[in-house]
Design a protein around this ligand. Structure first.
Ligand SMILES: Nc1nc2c(c(=O)[nH]1)N[C@H]1C(S)=C(S)[C@@H](COP(=O)(O)O)O[C@H]1N2
Ligand SMILES: [Mo]
Length: 327
């Protein structure tokens, strides 16, 4: 009797009525739709809808992106994994090197030069760039050519915002991204694994696509050095190496520009490098991927999606193209 009474008095939490997992999924679903359950710790000002901050670096406020495809519902990769398992060869080729050695990178003051086939070339100070357009959170899948992937809440704005302001001429068919190459800050430059500076490029319509993000932060904070501070590109439907880190120059050109990875091994890394499970790398399959942070001995690999799952948004850009030839 006594026991029963005690039970009857006890407050029942909603999380007990619904099985834990269902409750959590529903909560994530509501958050994804921009709604929050009332009475949770998530209630608060505008930034409340965005991802929780790890509290390591200065906050970078943003609102969730309204763009179709910009907010995958998949579970985000833990910050600790996203900031310790990196590719940033300027700091070494081991995945742990960037987190270990990128402390010497000085992300401020920072200037980005915009040049070439534009009516308004010029030097843009980082502080001006931070204010150029409204910061959005975009939760993107990032698929690396080596077969792993992550889900990262980036903070930034569409590169198109900058491109529109500098007014490309009719000759601007491609955009080249040049990243920092400073021996004083980057010990990896002593190695000849790649040609420095690390350069990447996009076709102008790819660069103008709203999903192409100029990112200044992740997980609600400014970018950690190892993830490409103070600004980097994120092109979610392409292999990770297309997303150059620590950009110092954006050049508009009339011919397809050179890229570091094509220069290093043209037969393995093409200019387009769209994520494509049907086009294998010459040395390995691209059909599946390992999600960083969930790799146990028995964890199944995930199937890789065409254009990394962004086909509905970007497929049109490649209509009629032979994607085996233009890999
Ligand atoms: N400057 C520069 N940018 C770079 C790289 C690099 O070595 N140098 N590596 C690329 C590769 S291969 C990948 S997979 C992504 C990794 O980004 P992340 O470490 O933030 O996940 O950055 C890309 N951008
Ligand atoms: Mo990569």
């Amino acid at each position: 009797m006594h026991m029963l009474k005690e039970r009857g008095d006890r407050q029942i939490l909603p999380s007990e009525i619904t099985p834990q997992t269902v409750y959590r999924d529903r909560r994530r679903l509501l958050q994804g739709l921009g709604l929050a359950l009332t009475g949770t710790a998530l209630a608060g000002p505008a930034s409340a809808q965005t991802s929780a901050r790890p509290g390591k670096l200065p906050a970078l406020a943003a609102t969730r992106s309204p763009l179709p495809g910009a907010l995958t519902m998949e579970k985000t990769t833990p910050y600790n994994d996203a900031s310790t398992y990196n590719n940033f060869y300027e700091f070494g080729t081991d995945k742990a090197d960037p987190a270990r050695y990128a402390g010497t990178l000085k992300p401020r003051p920072w200037t980005v030069a915009v040049e070439g086939e534009v009516k308004k070339p010029g030097n843009y100070d980082l502080d001006a760039l931070l204010k150029l357009s409204a910061m959005e959170e975009r939760i993107y899948r990032l698929r690396c050519v080596e077969g792993w992937s992550m889900v990262i809440p980036w903070v930034g704005w569409s590169l198109a915002e900058l491109i529109k302001r500098v007014e490309p001429t009719g000759n601007a068919k491609f955009v080249q991204f040049v990243t920092l190459a400073d021996r004083a800050q980057m010990p990896g430059l002593n190695s000849s694994v790649l040609e420095w500076p690390y350069v990447e490029g996009l076709r102008i319509d790819e660069a103008m696509h709203p999903l192409t993000l100029l990112a200044f932060g992740m997980y609600g904070e400014v970018l950690p050095n190892q993830n490409g501070a103070p600004l980097r590109l994120v092109v979610p439907w392409k292999y990770g190496f297309k997303s150059g880190k620590s950009i110092v120059k954006i050049r508009f050109v009339d011919k397809q520009p050179k890229t570091s990875w094509e220069e290093a091994a043209a037969s393995e890394y093409g200019f387009y490098s769209n994520v494509n499970p049907k086009v294998d790398h010459p040395r390995w399959s691209q059909a599946t991927e390992r999600r960083i942070g969930e790799d146990g001995l028995f964890t199944k690999k995930r199937p890789t999606l065409m254009f990394n799952g962004y086909e509905a948004q970007v497929g049109q850009l490649y209509a009629g193209m032979d994607l085996k030839k233009f890999y």
